[in-house]
Design a binder for this molecule. Sequence first.
Ligand code: ZN
Length: 75
Amino acid sequence: MSRPAWGAAPIRCGKMKCKWRGYETELVPVPHKRIKGLGLTANVCPTCGCDSYMHMTAKEIAAWKRQTETPKESI
Ligand SMILES: [Zn+2]
């Protein structure tokens, strides 16, 4: 399976309780916790610092877009 291009697909935090949604480009780079001394960085959730995330399903993307792009009430 091929992964979507970096930052192209919306992702969700790997922690079920975390409500953060966004793109890979919005993750925060921090020094890698598990592999020290190699100058590696991990990209973590800006809200909870979790270093795992998953791509959203089409359903999740639709719900997320509805939340973030709430249309203004028409007069
Ligand atoms: Zn998170």
